[in-house]
Design a protein. Sequence first.
Length: 211
Amino acid sequence: MDWSAFDACLIRTTWDYMERREAFVNWAERTARLTCLFNPPTIVRWNTHKAYLRELEQRGVPTVPTAWLPRGSTCDLGSLRRERGWSDLFIKPAVGPDGAVPMGTDDSALRAGQGDFDANGTVKCAQAAGQPMTDCAFGVARASGGYATVVVTRPDGRTRAIFFQLGIAVGADTSQADGYPEFAATRNDDITIVSVGTERYEIFDAVVLGG
């Protein structure tokens, strides 16, 4: 592309820049020498790393409350949420266009289906409305970035798989055979309370995230 043939260039939806950030910024610098680029390459570089939000915060600009975690560090998300008084958490990488977490292939459902679990234990569950909660065995297969599949063995011996993305329960293995029961999830402190029709499950963050 001969960018010098244009009076100006407006950067729009470059949703994959995080895969080659330096190449993208270098392109912006080259293009800005050939035409009027919006935004300038200095702004492009600054804006492609979310540390710009911390700089804005330090200058008094209102931003979303954020905990900045150094690369390679570990964090107990449940404890962090309690300490900050937050009702929810949203995990974001420093370089990325949205809430997507660099995670590679999410193979948790495949591994769970093969019985290849990272941890086993019990969670509270009930199979029918009005039934008291009881201890139910589970196995969890985890991928990075808060992606996980939790397989719970219900009181009648059948299993229910519950899927998590970014630490958030997003669905279950419902089917036509069980009538596609409605899925819902709420939070109570560090517990995700899942409903699948009349079934109920209480799953601690540590089950999904480890620790």
